[in-house]
Design a protein around this ligand. Structure first.
Ligand code: ADP
Length: 606
């Protein structure tokens, strides 16, 4: 599928390339053609410009000498000689003719009598002298005798050289005496034509070449002559054996040029032609200029120029297209990058927003949890306070009930003793009552101490006082349970920075737990130890109860972890928190054998 599309695309590209090449070739060919036509036109203009000069050279040469026989026909010396016709040698006339001929640069001037015999000639006395030659057969003689004047192009009978014969009849009072003839040889004209660089020739009315810059073309015909024309030409030119072969020239091709194929290599010429009105009737002058080099050079230049121009334009178009395409691709890439960047930014923003929201949620959750923990802690503290209060209240009730009942009994008995007049015994009872109220006062005093609000400002406190306070608070239970309390020895007591009630609260908790653990144990015993390590004070409470299993030890300071039927599992939690509040710690000592041991670690002050 894809390959097919690519192939089609490639095909399309090749097709476009082929069309472009065809158009290029066409344009180059047309440019060559136009340049060729234009060059041909230029050549034709050049030839047209050269034509009058070529014609003038010929007509000038002829006209210059045309008058000579006319004038001589009226010359008395000529007449006299003709009258004497052949009886004497005309040496004087011969000399005259030679002189005139030389002035007029004629090739020969001669005088013919009525019988056609030359009686005098400019070349008399020379080997090729015309004198005595019979010219009766010549057309120019016969025509001049008949019409007064004649001209004829032909070959000389003696010299064999071509020339134009101009003849004038010599009259004597209406009676013809003979004919004066002047032969113009056109060799000079032909030489001047040749040197002009053009191919120039003259044809007669039948198209037979006469004077020519190309000597081997003489007496050849423009086109094959008909039998009648051939006969007429033979007769007119008096060339009986001439074949009048057609020239190797093909005229009026498709491009208006003339092709000459003389030596097997056809050459092209631009041809112009004109009549020669002043010269001999029926003569036409042809001028041909070689065109091959000029035409092909012009065409090649034009082709090359066009090719270069078109290639340059193509290159320019290609470069511009490439640049435009590159710019478009760059813009597209930029747009793509922008879009990607934007999408990345928006994705990242979304991610950040969601993680922000998550964070905010987490923070809120945490705050919630913290608030919950705070609430819980407050609740726990309150519960603990209530619990301790309850226990203390029960302890107090127990402690006070007994003396109050005893006071009542003492008071009732004292009343009876007084009624019976035993005042002394009654007084003893009253003394006992006083001592019992003292006992009650001590109990309420301790209670007052405990009832002070927690969180009161800490102050330097000797640890021993706090231990005594706690033991005093629990004295009823201790006495009832029969436990042995071993208090720390030595003095003075180290001091810590603490609120007395808070510290007692911890110790009461620890002692109560120890008492609880040893409820049904024989020989229960609690040891309270006091040690100092550096700036620390360590207060340990140890019992010889069952101790703690590994699981219980792991969950010790967790709220609501209790093994007691009516326990809350808050005592140790609160105690630990108070310890921390006082800048210390409360920990279980797992290494203690034969019971449980807890140590309160506080900072000592001096
Ligand atoms: P409560 O006394 O209400 O149970 P506490 O936090 O004071 O709460 O004590 C938690 C638990 O730790 C007790 O239930 C008990 O199982 C255990 N425990 C505390 N002290 C001792 C001790 N001295 N000997 C054995 N177990 C103890």
């Amino acid at each position: 599928m894809l390959r097919e599309a690519v192939a089609r695309l490639r095909d399309g590209r090749w097709l476009i390339l082929a069309i472009a090449l065809a158009l290029l070739a066409g344009a180059v060919a047309i440019a060559g053609r136009i340049a060729r036509d234009q060059a041909a036109g230029d050549l034709r203009d050049g030839a047209m410009a050269a034509l009058p000069l070529a014609a003038g050279t010929l007509t000038g040469e002829i006209e210059k000498q045309r008058l000579v026989p006319l004038v001589l026909a009226r010359d008395d010396a000529v007449r006299d000689a003709l009258r004497r016709a052949g009886k004497v040698e005309e040496t004087a006339l011969d000399a005259k003719l030679r002189a005139i001929g030389s002035d007029a640069s004629a090739s020969a001037i001669y005088v013919i009598d009525t019988a056609g015999i030359a009686i005098s000639a400019s070349n008399a006395g020379q080997p090729d002298s015309f004198v005595g030659i019979d010219y009766n057969f010549r057309h120019y003689f016969q025509e001049a005798m008949a019409n007064g004047a004649a001209s004829q192009y032909g070959l000389g009978t003696i010299s064999g050289r071509p020339g134009l014969y101009l003849a004038s009849r010599v009259d004597d009072g209406g009676k013809p005496l003979g004919v004066v003839v002047l032969k113009v040889e056109l060799g000079g004209v032909e030489a001047s034509w040749r040197s002009s660089g053009f191919l120039v020739f003259v044809t007669d009315e039948r198209g037979v070449v006469l004077a020519t810059s190309q000597p081997d073309w003489r007496f050849r015909a423009l086109a094959p002559l008909s039998a009648q024309d051939t006969a007429l030409a033979h007769e007119r030119l008096q060339l009986n054996d001439a074949a009048f072969e057609p020239l190797p020239m093909e005229r009026g091709g498709g491009d208006g040029l003339t092709t000459i194929d003389g030596s097997g290599r056809p050459r092209q010429f631009v041809e112009v032609v004109q009549d020669l009105p002043g010269a001999v009737p029926g003569w036409r002058l042809w001028l041909l200029t070689p065109a091959d080099a000029a035409l092909s050079s012009a065409a090649n230049t034009a082709r090359l120029t066009t090719l270069m121009g078109l290639l340059l334009m193509g290159l320019l178009a290609y470069v511009l297209t490439r640049r435009r395409r590159a710019r478009r691709l760059r813009q597209e890439a930029l747009a793509r990058m922008n879009a990607e960047l934007e999408s990345r930014v928006s994705t990242r923003t979304a991610e950040l927003t969601s993680s922000n929201a998550a964070l905010a949620g987490e923070i809120a959750e945490r705050e919630n949890a913290e608030a919950k923990v705070r609430r819980l802690r407050d609740d726990l503290a309150q519960a603990n306070r209530l619990s301790i209060l309850g226990q203390i209240a029960a302890g107090v009730a127990h402690e006070i009930n007994q003396p109050v009942a005893a006071i009542r009994t003492y008071a009732e008995n004292a009343g009876r003793f007084i009624e019976s007049g035993r005042a002394e015994t009654a007084s003893g009872n009253l003394t006992s009552i006083v001592s019992m109220t003292e006992r009650i006062g001590a109990i309420t005093g301790t209670l007052r101490t405990f009832a002070r609000r927690p969180g009161l400002a800490a102050s330097p406190l000797p640890v021993r006082e706090a231990i005594d306070g706690a033991l005093s608070l629990l004295s009823g239970r201790i006495r009832d349970s029969g436990v042995t309390i071993v208090k720390p020895h030595g003095s003075p007591s180290p001091s810590v920075m603490a609120s007395r009630i808070r510290l007692e609260q911890i110790l009461v908790n620890l002692l109560q737990n120890a008492l609880d653990a040893m409820k049904d144990r024989p020989d229960p015993r609690i040891e309270i130890e006091l040690a100092e390590r550096g700036d620390r004070v360590l207060i340990s409470v140890r019992d010889n109860g069952p101790g703690l299993g590994p699981e219980a030890a792991a969950n010790l300071f967790m709220p609501f972890q209790t093994t007691k039927e009516k326990g809350l599992g808050l005592g140790l939690v609160i105690s630990q928190e108070i310890a921390q509040e006082l800048g210390g710690t409360l920990r279980h000592d797992p290494g203690h054998a034969g019971g449980a041991s807890f140590t309160l670690d506080l900072r000592r002050i001096e």
